[in-house]
Design a protein around this ligand. Structure first.
Ligand code: HQG
Length: 229
């Protein structure tokens, strides 16, 4: 279940419960002052808007009427116009709330304030369009995880983890998160462990994107461990 978004008069939008791993949001009130705020978006609309914006920034910017640069950035005002065209109930406030409360850090702003001159927005990861995101300095755990469908295993152990339709392979920081990622594809995913420390020592770049996602070009089979089944 996706939590609804409420908005505090003093501190802006917040997710109305701690769903989806939003570890900085507790209870029903504003995480800063506890004010109950006003309802801004239902969970269902929040999810719908998030999926559309993710899709537009990752996969179909032209269809959404957006121009995306080499680093994946688009103008916030253009994105707000796109969501207004798409949903009669949506406006800039809803877009900003979805961006700012995303539990996985799916979206980045070029500046912290959309009212500033630089109002660019991009997807933090997940692209199928050709973008080149700069490296980040975030630490990388020695072991990462990837949740997938059991029937993919034979091919993965042969060819490694490949980006498939995306630009990068996506990994998770914990088994639990990887299982959740795998559950997007199947009820009973298998979680592979990735020897990220050795990969990096061997010269493979791994980068943290958003709050809980790590990306790399490919994970050759030598770095993968399949759990006993
Ligand atoms: C599989 C979500 C056969 C791979 C998540 C996966 C993630 C192979 C599928 C992000 C293979 C691709 C991406 C090989 C990889 N042979 N199958 N050699 N190599 N695969 O959806 O990682 O919620 O493109 O195991 O949290 O599931 O949208 O990738 O099953 O971070 O923000 O090919 O999307 O983020 O599936 O998910 P996907 P993914 P959001």
């Amino acid at each position: 279940m996706t939590a609804p978004i409420r908005t505090c008069p003093a501190h802006g939008p917040f997710a109305a419960d701690g769903n989806e791993g939003a570890d900085d949001v507790t209870g029903e009130g504003c995480p800063v002052c506890g004010d109950r705020g006003e309802k801004l978006l239902s969970g269902a609309r929040r999810r719908q808007l998030s999926k559309y914006v993710s899709g537009a920034l990752r996969h179909f910017p032209a269809d959404a009427g957006l121009e995306v640069d080499d680093q994946g950035w688009t103008r916030g005002v253009a994105l707000a116009n796109a969501v207004e065209r798409k949903y009669e109930w949506a406006d800039k406030r809803h877009l900003e709330a979805v961006i700012d409360t995303d539990p996985k850090g799916r979206f980045e702003r070029a500046s912290g304030d959309c009212k500033a001159r630089d109002d660019r927005v991009r997807a933090a990861y997940g692209h199928s369009i050709d973008v080149s995101l700069e490296p980040t300095e975030s630490p990388i755990p020695d072991t990462l995880y990837h949740g997938t469908v059991p029937r993919n295993l034979e091919s993965i152990l042969e060819d490694g983890l490949q980006p498939m339709s995306r630009q990068q392979v996506h990994l998770s920081g914990t088994r639990h998160t990887a299982r959740t990622v795998g559950e997007r594809h199947t009820a009973e995913p298998v979680v592979l462990a990735v020897d990220a420390a050795t990969m990096r020592a061997d010269g493979h770049r791994i980068t943290k994107r958003g709050r809980e996602t790590y990306t790399t070009d490919v994970v050759p089979p030598a770095y993968l461990t399949v759990p006993d089944r």
